[in-house]
Design a protein around this ligand. Sequence first.
Ligand code: SAM
Ligand code: SF4
Length: 336
Amino acid sequence: MLDALGREINYLRGSVTDRCNLRCCYCMPRGAVNWLPSNTLLTDEQILRICRLATGLGISRLKITGGEPLLRPGLPELIGRLKQLPGVEQVTLTTNGLLLQPQLEPLLKACLDAVNLSLDTLQPACFSRITGADGAKLLPLLSLLRDLTQHTPLKVKVNTVILGENQSELPQLADLARQLPTDVRFIERMPLGCHRSGNPGQTVPPTPRQLLAQLRQKWPDLHAVHEVRGNGPASYYASKTLQGRIGLIAAVSDSFCASCNRLRLTCTGQLKSCLCYDYGADLRPLLQPGVTDQQLEAALKAAIWYKPAAHCFADATGLVRQKFQTEIRCMNEIGG
Ligand code: SAM
Ligand code: SF4
């Protein structure tokens, strides 16, 4: 379906939990977290119903996210059922990978198409500083990445958030695209929720453009390629010495809103048409008995039609923010 601005909306990122086993510094607060009550999370049946109606409106690609989606019991079964919905072309997963190995076989049986592995560093001490977890957890993740790319049919991408903390290793992270058949995508940190004002005192990291210039010192033939490699906003670059591509997601400095194709479903049933705003359709009342598919579908259509024109992450004037309320929830709660 097209929104009011003529953008084709065909991609839904669905969060299945707010829980997480890490505390990435750009995503969640450190320390004790008040998780959402379990009985407010959408059930598998509710997620399936929303996705079935969404596919009827042209959504063909689904991304499962969270929190850490692999913490949700029965995730492979849910993915298998989503894959079977008419109109679904692709179901992919974004994960920190810590719980992936034991669930890999059922996920492959469920015909999962691709995995995005979040990996912000190659150094255990830095892993610990960024995620708040034991740095010893990093090495198994790196060997899992090798296994996924070399011994499974899954398409694999590495997602790295550009931070002051990891900026000195960004070229080494990019080098994973030389060593392995994987794309490495660098994401600009978005000022969201509990991290709206950034992390004071931190070194200012490079913008994606500055990073590209830095990577060109290592790979001078790095050139833009116009290929469809994912569902979204990354710009991709190739070099003849790289197996995969380098992706840049300039979420703040280079708005890609004019071609945005996505919706987000939070784990409690809010349908968000832009990550930036606390704005969307609360589907929960429409999931109660007695509400028809037509009524639920009308809410989906309205959320698509009224998708905001642009985010306001870089809005220094505050003008856009006066008009709409900006998102105050943390990324794990919304579904990144
Ligand atoms: N736990 C899973 C993971 O880490 O992949 C899925 C959820 S996580 C919220 C999804 C993606 O959002 C990750 O790639 C993460 O790096 C990214 N992310 C979280 N907070 C962000 C922020 N403030 N700015 C940019 N990306 C962010
Ligand atoms: Fe957890 Fe993913 Fe957020 Fe890190 S980015 S805290 S792994 S939800």
